[in-house]
Design a protein around this ligand. Structure first.
Ligand code: HEM
Length: 417
C-alpha cells in the first residue's frame, strides 16, 4: 500500500480487512507530519475544510491534554460539523467545552463513580450469569445478538430504570444512531438517512422525558433509586439538569454505553479465538490476569476509532503547526498501535504492562465517563463466559461499515457445550 492511496474519508477504506487498515495506519504514523484529508460528503451540511489525522500516540495524548486549544464544542466531535437540529439530541457533554462541559460533568459524574458502580455489581453478575445460562440452552448462535449486545443494554437500561419491554426499541434506535454508513441500519438515500437518525434521537428523547416526568412527580418515598431519578433530582451547588439536557445526556449514555461495550465483548471473543495461548494464559490464573486482559481487549479493539477536535488558536504540537479553526482527528485506534509505545502492537498480549492505551480517550476532561462501568461489565462477562464455556470460539465476523465504531454486526460462535 502506498501513502498516496490511503484515504481515511473514503467509506471503502473502512471496508478493508483489519490487517490492511492497521498497515495503512502504520504507514501514516511513519510519515514526517500528520496527513491532511478532504472531508467525506455529508447530507446535512456544507463540505468542510478537511482535517489533519493525528495518528501517533504522542500527538493524540498532547491534544487531549489541551482541551482549551483542541476543543470539542465547535461543530462537535464528528468529522463533519453537526447542524443545530442534531445538537439538540446529540449535543451532550461529549460535544461541549468548559464551562458548560464542567457543569454537566459535575452533575452526572457522581452517578458513575466507582462507589456507585459497585452498587450495580450484583446486577452485572446476575445479568451475565443469565446470558450465559441462555447461551448454553440456545447453543451455537450469533454471539452479538445473544451475548455481546445484551449485557450493556440490560445494565444501562436497568440503571436508568427503563422497563424491560423498551429494550428492543432502545437497541434499534442506538443501532441507527451509530450505524456509520452501514446499509443494514440506515437508508442509502441520504435525506431518508437524516430523517431516520433524527427520528431515532426523538424516540429516545421522548422515552427519557416520559420517565423523568414520572420521577419528578413521584413523592420522595415513591421514587425508585435509578439514574433518571438521581439526575432529575441532582442538585450540585444549586445546579440541576434541564429536561433537554437530560434527554441528550441519556442519548449519549445509551449510545456511548451500548455499542462500545458490545464491540469490545465481540472483539474479545475473536481475540481469544485467534490467540488461543492467551486464553490458556488467562484461564491458568484468571483472577490475577483478568484486569490486564480487559485493558488489552480495549487497546486492541479500540471500539471508538476517533474523536475530532477543532483548534481555538494557532498552536504547535510535536513540531507541527496548526491554525485556529483547523480540524484535527484523534485516531485512538492508531495511537493504540503506535510502535513507539506498544512493543509488537499487533500481538494481543494480556500481560502487557504498562498498557497506557487511549481506548477510553486520552487523559483529560473528556476521558470516558463510563470507563469504570465498562471495565466491570467486561470483567464479569469474560469471567463468566470463559469459565463456563471454555471452548467457545468465534467464526467469521460481519463487520459494521463505519469509520467511527470498530463494530461487529454479527459473529457466529461455536462450542460443544
Ligand atoms: C469499552 C467501552 C467503552 C469505550 C471504548 C468508550 C470510549 C470512549 C471514548 C474514547 C471517549 C472519549 C471521547 C472524547 O475524547 O471526546 C468516551 C467518552 C464518554 N463515554 Fe465512553 N466508552 C465506553 C463505555 C462507556 C460506557 C459504558 C458509558 C456509560 C454508560 C460511556 C459514557 C461516556 C460518556 C458520557 C463520555 C463523554 C465524556 C465527556 O465528554 O466528558 N462510555 N468514551
Amino acid at each position: 500500500m502506498a501513502i498516496a492511496g490511503i484515504d481515511l474519508s473514503d467509506t471503502a477504506f473502512w471496508g478493508l480487512p483489519l490487517a490492511d487498515r492497521a498497515a495503512a495506519f502504520a504507514l501514516l504514523r511513519a510519515q514526517q507530519r500528520p496527513q491532511f484529508f478532504a472531508e467525506p460528503e455529508a447530507p446535512f451540511s456544507e463540505k468542510g475544510p478537511g482535517y489533519h489525522a493525528l495518528v501517533r500516540y504522542a500527538d493524540v495524548v498532547e491534544a487531549s491534554r489541551h482541551p482549551e486549544v483542541f476543543c470539542s464544542g465547535k461543530g462537535a466531535t464528528n468529522i463533519v460539523d453537526l447542524p443545530a437540529e442534531f445538537n439538540e439530541y446529540f449535543g451532550s457533554m461529549i460535544n461541549m467545552d468548559d464551562p458548560r462541559h464542567a457543569r454537566l460533568r459535575r452533575i452526572v459524574s457522581h452517578a458513575f463513580s466507582p462507589r456507585m458502580v459497585a452498587r450495580f455489581e450484583d446486577d452485572v453478575r446476575r445479568a451475565a450469569a443469565e446470558i450465559v445460562d441462555d447461551l448454553l440452552v440456545t447453543g451455537p448462535c450469533d454471539f452479538v445478538q445473544h451475548v455481546a449486545a445484551r449485557l450493556p443494554l440490560k445494565i444501562i437500561c436497568g440503571m436508568m430504570g427503563i422497563p424491560d419491554d423498551k429494550y428492543e426499541m432502545v437497541l434499534t434506535n442506538t443501532n441507527i444512531i451509530l450505524s456509520g454508513a452501514d446499509p443494514e441500519f440506515l437508508s442509502e438515500d441520504l435525506d431518508k438517512a437524516v430523517t431516520q437518525v433524527l427520528g431515532a434521537g426523538q424516540a429516545l428523547a421522548d422515552l427519557v422525558t416520559g420517565l423523568a416526568t414520572d420521577r419528578a412527580q413521584a413523592s420522595t418515598e415513591a421514587r425508585p433509586g435509578d439514574l433518571v431519578t438521581e439526575l432529575v433530582t441532582a442538585n450540585i451547588d444549586g445546579e440541576q439538569l434541564t429536561t433537554a439536557e437530560l434527554a441528550s445526556f441519556f442519548i449519549l449514555l445509551v449510545v456511548a454505553g451500548n455499542e462500545t461495550t458490545r464491540t469490545a465483548l465481540s472483539h474479545a471473543l475473536m481475540l481469544f479465538t485467534e490467540f488461543p495461548e492467551q486464553r490458556a494464559l488467562l484461564l491458568a490464573d484468571l483472577e490475577n490476569r483478568i484486569e490486564g486482559a480487559v485493558e488489552e481487549v480495549v487497546r486492541y479493539a479500540s471500539p471508538v476509532i476517533f474523536m475530532r477536535r477543532t483548534l481555538t488558536c494557532d498552536y504547535a504540537i510535536n513540531g507541527q503547526d496548526y491554525h485556529e479553526g483547523d480540524k484535527t482527528v484523534l485516531f485512538y485506534y492508531s495511537a493504540n498501535r503506535d510502535e513507539a509505545v506498544f512493543a509488537d502492537p499487533e500481538q494481543f498480549d494480556i500481560t502487557r504492562s504498562p498498557n497506557p492505551h487511549v481506548g477510553f480517550g486520552g487523559a483529560g476532561r473528556h476521558y470516558c465517563l463510563g470507563a469504570h462501568l465498562a471495565r466491570r461489565e467486561l470483567t464479569v462477562m469474560l469471567r463468566e463466559l470463559l469459565t463456563r464455556v471454555p471452548d467457545i470460539t468465534a467464526g467469521e465476523p460481519d463487520r459494521l461499515l463505519s469509520s467511527f465504531i470498530n463494530g461487529i454486526k454479527h459473529l457466529p460462535c461455536q462450542f460443544a457445550g
